[in-house]
Design a protein around this ligand. Structure first.
Ligand SMILES: [Zn+2]
Ligand SMILES: [Zn+2]
Length: 168
């Protein structure tokens, strides 16, 4: 009996109601043509609050489809807008290196003047270091101090090893 009912024009295919009224196979469901079988509609009804609200409000599958279609279009518009807003920022980021030339000036950061890194890599002439003539050590001095400390440390380590009897 339900087999006949399933093919009548009035049967609510593509809705949870259709599922409850006996259209549970999916294969023969006319809802397939409208994008959703009764089984799928029933599953969605259990899991999707928004869909459940629409069904409970008496929306037809067609109305629900257009609701979701509009929603997809809106979401796509939001995504496109977000993407469009992102692009100019990326261009700005490329311009940023203008900040770098400021950095090596009078900073006392580790990579600034008066450090081993700076003296070892870039600032090798004592008199050309911005710290020259100030109380701060120049890069050249920083390198010299570093090397002195290092060799002092090496001698100390060697001495400790000798005393520990590791080397003669
Ligand atoms: Zn159906
Ligand atoms: Zn320097």
């Amino acid at each position: 009996m339900s087999g006949l009912d399933l093919v009548t024009d009035g049967f609510p295919h593509g809705t949870p109601e259709g599922y409850q009224q006996g259209c549970k196979g999916g294969g023969a469901c006319a809802g397939k043509e409208t994008g959703m079988t009764c089984t799928q509609a029933n599953t969605l009804y259990q899991s999707d609050y928004e869909y459940r609200k629409l069904v409970d409000a008496g929306s037809t599958p067609g109305q629900i489809r257009s609701h979701y279609a509009e929603k997809l279009i809106r979401e796509k518009a939001v995504r496109d807008a977000a993407r469009a807003a992102e692009k100019p920022q990326k261009v700005k980021k490329v311009r940023k290196p203008a900040r770098n030339p400021r950095q090596p000036q009078k900073t006392r950061l580790k990579t600034g003047h008066g450090s081993y890194t700076m003296g070892h890599r870039y600032c090798k002439v004592h008199e050309e270091c911005p710290n020259f003539g100030t109380d701060l050590p120049t890069c050249r001095e920083a390198v010299r101090d570093y090397q002195r400390e290092w060799s002092t440390g090496r001698r100390a380590r060697a001495k400790a090893k000798r005393e520990a009897g590791l080397i003669s």
